[in-house]
Design a protein around this ligand. Structure first.
Ligand code: CMC
Length: 422
């Protein structure tokens, strides 16, 4: 017999049996009995806002899979561009499809001169790169007017390619501007991560960015960040897409959601936190402060993972490989000590708080020579593939416009009082 729940309205004694499908119950069924009773679920802690076949997470078991493929296998054997294709089109590409995809992405990396000269260079010298990225991505919609033809599949696919391809260029452009250095144009002979490192760091040698080990490590980090089902940024992507806004505007909104310190901004906050702790001797005191409610342990905790974040475990291995090339990040010892102290403490154990993807990623980025300000941009670059996979899926599902309900708790009706009477 199919699984179900029975709901009884105690006001009338009426009942309804609701089937459990894919682990959820349909609000449409609930509505048949309780049309005007809304679920009060701010933060969507108990609400499935969609069904999706892109990414599967089992938070208790520490499992993450893209289109059924375990993240560990993809990180070990695939590349970011192949994973991007997998996320967007649902299957791993054939050799011919992959060659075409790589070619298309490579040849759409350039940005219009007006984006660079008039737009990016119009920012204040100390603008945050995430603010610049969010604005520049939204601005792209004004350069590709056909992008609003979202139900024309070849047209939409062209914007998908453009967005994935141009993100690293925009990111590097924001960085070079922030340090007052000339922009480096994309080099179409290079791979995705390699080209990005070149645009960021050419012609300097203070970090070994030309070393293929670094571009490989960055590519693996891109794989790990490519999608993560319905987090705040992706939920925003789907929310905006449901109004049928073009993919540039929707991506800009998703990136804006990612920017916050509770989400993708946490990688930046982790480094700031480790700097403020300063030495191993201060770790115990810092943890005591966190337990006393004075701030959070950045890079710890997750809405879905109540076990180790599988990405954090892969990242730890990548960190070792990167540090062999760059030298160890001096903050690593503090981070390791912090992890050790937290994982032995009942406060964190009882709340199932483990290191998440952001705990170690910042240490790698910093060792690679990336400034702290740009860490969240490094998250946004690969997440673009995931966002666009969700954008396409939502259009295919023909989902209604996202329009939640509220429970009104404000003033009852009252008469307007003129300003001279107040
Ligand atoms: N440090 C200290 N206490 C914490 C932390 C933390 N990092 N995270 C959660 N808690 C406590 C929280 O105070 C609460 O305790 P109590 O039950 O006594 O009130 C309990 O754990 C549950 O926390 P919550 O805020 O209800 O959990 P949430 O699912 O709403 O929040 C989170 C998830 C990721 C926003 C949160 O864990 C957090 O703020 N972490 C630090 C920021 C961070 O690392 N964010 C990156 C997340 S992973 C990558 C991404 O999403 O982009």
């Amino acid at each position: 017999m199919a699984e179900s729940v029975t709901i009884t309205d105690n006001r009338t004694g009426e009942s309804i049996e609701v089937p459990i499908t894919n682990g959820g119950v349909s609000a449409t069924e609930w509505k048949k009995l309780l049309g005007n009773i809304w679920f009060h679920d701010p933060g969507y802690t108990q609400t499935a806002a969609t069904s999706s076949s892109i990414t599967e997470i089992d938070g208790d078991a520490g499992i993450l899979r893209y289109r059924g493929y375990p993240i560990e296998q993809l990180a070990e054997q695939s590349t970011y561009l192949e994973v991007a294709y997998l996320l967007i089109y649902g299957e791993l590409p054939t050799p011919e499809q992959f060659e075409q995809w790589k070619h298309d992405i490579t040849y759409h990396t350039f940005i219009h001169e007006n984006v660079r000269k008039r737009f990016m260079e119009g920012f204040h010298y100390d603008a945050h790169p995430m603010g610049m990225l969010v604005s520049a991505v939204a601005a792209l919609s004004t350069f590709y007017l056909e992008a609003k033809d979202i139900f024309d599949e070849p047209v939409l696919d062209k914007q998908v390619v453009r967005l994935i391809a141009k993100m690293p260029t925009l990111a590097a452009c924001a960085y070079r501007f922030s340090i007052g250095m000339p922009f480096i144009w994309p080099d179409n002979s290079k791979g995705f991560a390699e080209n990005f490192l070149k645009m960021m760091f050419e012609p300097w040698d203070h970090v070994p960015w030309r070393d293929p080990k670094l571009s490989h490590a960055l590519d693996v980090l891109f794989i790990l960040h490519a999608d993560h089902e319905l987090n705040c940024g992706t939920a925003t992507m789907r929310m905006v897409a449901s109004s049928h806004a073009d993919p540039y505007t929707a991506t800009a909104a998703a990136a804006a959601a990612l920017y916050g310190p509770r989400h993708g901004g946490a990688n930046e906050q982790v480094i700031r936190m480790l700097h403020s702790i300063g030495s191993m001797d201060n770790v115990a005191g810092f943890v005591a402060d966190v337990k006393a409610g004075k701030g959070r342990l950045q890079g710890f905790g997750h809405r879905v993972y109540k076990n180790f974040d599988p990405r954090a475990q892969i990242i730890k291995r990548i960190a070792d490989e990167v540090f062999e090339t760059t030298g160890k990040n001096p903050l690593l010892d503090i981070a390791l000590k912090l992890e050790e102290v937290a994982l032995a403490d009942d406060y964190f154990v009882s709340r199932k708080l483990y290191p998440n993807v952001d705990f170690y990623s910042g240490l790698i980025y910093q060792a690679m020579g990336f400034p702290v300000d740009i860490f969240t941009v490094l998250f946004a670059i690969p997440r673009t593939a995931g966002w666009l996979a969700h954008y396409k899926e939502l259009l295919e599902q023909d989902q209604k416009i996202a329009r939640p309900r509220q429970l009104y708790t404000g003033a009852d009706v009252r008469d307007y009082v003129g300003i001279d009477q107040r």
